[in-house]
Write a protein that binds this ligand. Structure first.
Ligand code: URA
Length: 187
């Protein structure tokens, strides 16, 4: 039997419940993000903080109903560094992704979407089982786990971090295009 992956040692919101996915089974799209953020951890729901609000806007722009999609994360707890009263997001590493991968794959089998959408590098790595270049592969439908069709795009937090408004606008438009392509494929 494979040895168990190492248990992560960084600060985790491990005293709060895992933030699970939400949405219907057999949806057209299953959207997979990185990990819950501070607000998601407090509210126990995926994508309800700043990145979630941007995702909601992009879904509306792409003509996709969020409640028809299943929305989840590769990693199910918030990983952070405490700074005074704040909890600063920490990117999950390969050990974290490996630890949660069996849950994600079980979730995928149960939800059985028509198309998987990996938003960002962590989701893509978790679903493909290896690190991949998001910018190289984005927008194409490819085989994911169990030959499940998968489309990779950027994470909405990437758009929030772009300092230049013109660049942010252009990247937002590309993100919407990727979601439109996913929606068209899943029909
Ligand atoms: N970022 C994610 O990847 N997931 C969330 O639920 C919120 C922010």
């Amino acid at each position: 039997m494979d040895p168990l992956p190492p248990v992560p040692t960084a600060a985790w919101a491990a005293d709060s419940p895992a933030v699970l996915g939400e949405g219907p089974c057999q949806p057209p799209l299953m959207l997979v993000g990185e990990q819950p953020g501070d607000e998601e951890d407090r509210l126990g729901r995926p994508f309800v903080g700043p990145a979630g609000r941007l995702l909601d806007r992009a879904l509306v722009s792409a003509g996709i109903e969020r409640r028809a999609c299943y929305v989840t994360n590769a990693v199910k707890h918030f990983k952070f560094v405490p700074r005074g009263t704040r909890r600063l997001h920490q990117k999950p590493d390969t050990g974290d992704i490996t630890l949660y991968r069996p849950f994600l794959l079980a979730e995928l089998r149960r939800v059985a979407p028509r198309l998987l959408v990996a938003m960002g590098a962590t989701a893509a790595q978790a679903l493909l089982g290896q690190k991949v270049g998001v910018t190289k592969l984005r927008g194409e439908v490819m085989p994911g786990p169990d030959q499940q069709p998968l489309l990779i795009t950027v994470h909405p937090s990437y758009l929030l971090r772009l300092p230049d408004p013109a660049m942010r606008e252009a990247e937002y438009a590309r993100f919407v295009q990727d979601l439109e392509a996913a929606s068209a494929w899943s029909k």
